[in-house]
Design a protein around this ligand. Structure first.
Ligand code: ADP
Ligand code: ZN
Length: 530
């Protein structure tokens, strides 16, 4: 190749000082950099904000040639390249958003050996002319960013990622570094398999984010709740509010704006230009709240996001961790707040039942949801439970809501039996099935028009649950759903049914421990650990 760019320095630490202006490598960075500089492969599992970029940027500058970075985040490539240029690093990108002349200029620079880093969208890589281009230049390394996108079961699957094993076959000897913030063992194994990284050094950083305090509160009126959170604890702060649906995003953004909180919507249904404008305002201005679906956020590097609020239940602990991880990248105290209620469980179970894909796929989705529900219903430290899910042991954090105000548990066996009996009676005696609302009315002995019309006053279970309030019953149903002791039909009406595990509860062979709802929404002091 013509002129492979000469390394800036042969010592990674010198590059770190001179180019990036940092004192020292952080945590696992040094190990990764040393491995890749020496020509070895690495798999890096590091939380969001952990400093993955330097793991390939520094070796790209130390090794001869251009570091080629495969990234699905084409919306961010311009920003990344600009940031590097500001540091004096020669970087370029190739993706579908470019004009042909822009693309040609980048290709020329690459061939001339003038680029330190080249960002490539995966679909660009597999265009034959790009492959031929790479053949003609000198490649320092391949970085595969967001490597969990190879996982067909994950939340960010990208089909093109499956073909990335070609890197290894076509450019033997060029070191590869795969990076992700998704840490479960299953994902890690899948990345190793699919990218043929069997010989790669696996570097796993701690996933603890000590400056984030986690709180999960009962959902009541989520918009008013999040407004209260912002007003009392995060006035003037930048934050992200996640909603499940586009409609809910728009309504929530309007609601917050109408109540004096500067908020912008972001979802895939918005015009591309609007989306880009809102994203760039969020990144550049202070104190904006982005109300978004999960389409927003991957790769967003805004250090001072002070809170991430979820108004709907995330589908998995991985998703929840990634989304909440966008808070506090600057290390300062930040809040992860989630409002969760009965309707979330019903809705998610229903989505899974009606989802495409085979039974194994649905089982997997179900397992993801169960882990998320267990996190919501836990009576022990949320942080410890989340870290345990990622295979990391830790003691109670002393800062999350369950640490600060340990929830009481109570023996909910009799309550569970009452609910299950009501479901069974109605089905066996009358061939009818109902959602939580009506069942609770029956248990409470409420003479609603529906109860009268259906003649449910005469049921033996009518009024047997009057010892609990309506809200307490909703808590019971939610937790029974979370524990798999009650199921929900895929009919779209949230109809409750028994599950195989229900029988043991009805027979008294199994007791049911339930969490008592906190008397008030917890509002702990700022994290003591930060
Ligand atoms: P990730 O890609 O893992 O989410 P980044 O690579 O974007 O994280 O890094 C997160 C932040 O930490 C960035 O602002 C980056 O400049 C900073 N950072 C990374 N490594 C170091 C270091 N060794 N010293 C100081 N700051 C660092
Ligand atoms: Zn805790």
């Amino acid at each position: 190749p013509s002129g492979a760019r000469a390394p800036l320095a042969t010592d990674p630490l010198e590059v770190l000082h001179r180019v990036f202006g940092y004192e020292a490598f952080r945590g696992a960075q040094a190990e990764v950099v040393d491995t890749v500089v020496a020509g070895g492969d690495a798999l890096v599992l590091m939380p969001t904000g952990g400093g993955k970029s330097l793991c390939y940027q520094v070796p790209s500058l130390v090794r001869p040639g251009t570091g080629v970075v495969i990234s699905p985040l084409i919306a961010l490539m311009q920003d990344q390249v600009d940031a590097l240029s500001a540091l004096g690093v020669a970087a370029g990108f190739l993706n579908s958003t470019q004009r042909p002349d822009e693309r040609a200029a980048v290709e020329r620079a690459f061939l001339a050996g003038e680029l330190d880093l080249l960002y490539l969208a995966p679909e660009r890589l597999f265009v034959p002319s790009t492959m031929a281009l790479l053949d003609r230049g000198t490649i320092a390394l391949f970085a595969i960013d967001e490597a969990h996108c190879v996982s067909q079961w994950g939340h960010d699957f990208r089909p093109e990622y499956l073909q990335l094993s070609v890197l290894h076959e076509r450019w033997l000897g060029v070191p590869r570094v795969a990076l992700t913030a998704t840490a479960t063992h299953a994902t890690r194994t899948e990345i190793v398999e699919r990218l043929a990284l069997h010989d790669a050094r696996q570097v796993v950083a701690s996933f603890d984010r000590p400056n984030i305090t986690y709180r999960i509160v009962p959902k009541d009126n989520p918009r008013a709740q999040v407004l209260d959170l912002i007003r009392t604890e995060h006035a003037g702060d930048a934050g992200i509010v996640y909603c499940l649906s586009r409609a809910s995003v728009e309504q929530t953004a309007e609601y917050l704006s109408a109540h004096g909180v500067p908020a912008l919507p972001y979802h895939a249904g918005l015009d591309r230009a609007v989306r880009a404008a809102n994203q760039s305002r969020f990144l550049r201005e202070d104190g904006l709240v982005m109300v978004a679906t999960i389409a927003f956020g991957m790769g967003i590097d805004k250090p001072d996001v002070r809170f991430v609020a979820h108004l709907d239940l995330p589908k998995s602990v991985e998703g929840y961790y990634q989304e909440t991880g966008r808070a506090g990248r600057d290390g300062l105290p930040s809040t992860a707040w989630l409002a969760y209620g009965l309707q979330d469980v019903v809705q998610q179970r229903r989505l899974i039942d009606s989802s495409e894909g085979d039974a194994a796929h649905r089982r997997r989705l179900s397992a993801h949801l169960d882990a998320m529900l267990a996190l919501c219903e836990t009576v022990t430290c949320r942080r410890a439970q989340m870290l345990a899910y990622f295979g990391e042991e830790s003691g109670p954090c002393g800062a999350c809501d369950t640490c600060l105000e340990p929830p009481e548990t109570w023996d909910g066996t009799v309550a569970a039996q009452k609910l299950l009996s009501a479901i069974v009676r109605l089905e066996r005696e009358r061939g009818q099935r109902f959602g939580a609302g009506h069942l609770i009315d029956v248990l409470l002995g409420k003479a609603t028009p529906r109860v009268e019309q259906l003649g449910h006053r005469s049921l033996s279970v009518f009024g047997v649950g009057a010892d609990l309030s309506d809200g307490e019953w909703r808590g019971v149903v939610r937790q029974l759903l979370a524990q798999g002791l009650v199921g929900v039909d895929g009919d779209g009406y949230g109809t409750l049914r028994t599950t195989p595990a229900s029988a043991d509860v009805l027979s008294g062979a199994r007791t049911v421990a339930l969490r008592r709802a906190p008397a008030r929404a917890t509002k702990p002091a700022r994290s003591r650990r930060a």
